[in-house]
Design a protein around this ligand. Sequence first.
Ligand SMILES: [Zn+2]
Length: 58
Amino acid sequence: MIEQKKLVEPEKIACEVCFKEIPISEATSVKATDYIMYYCGLDCYDKWKKQEEEPKSK
Ligand SMILES: [Zn+2]
């Protein structure tokens, strides 16, 4: 018998905050206006959220 191996690689994306590559299935995703953003976890999501909320002092 021949075993059929699936060669489907899990889709990976880079976290918006720390740019770590993670499988999409494990990512935390947030739907933005035009696209979906991915985070490796809630820690990074919180960081991003705080950045968005804080007024940029330039
Ligand atoms: Zn991250």
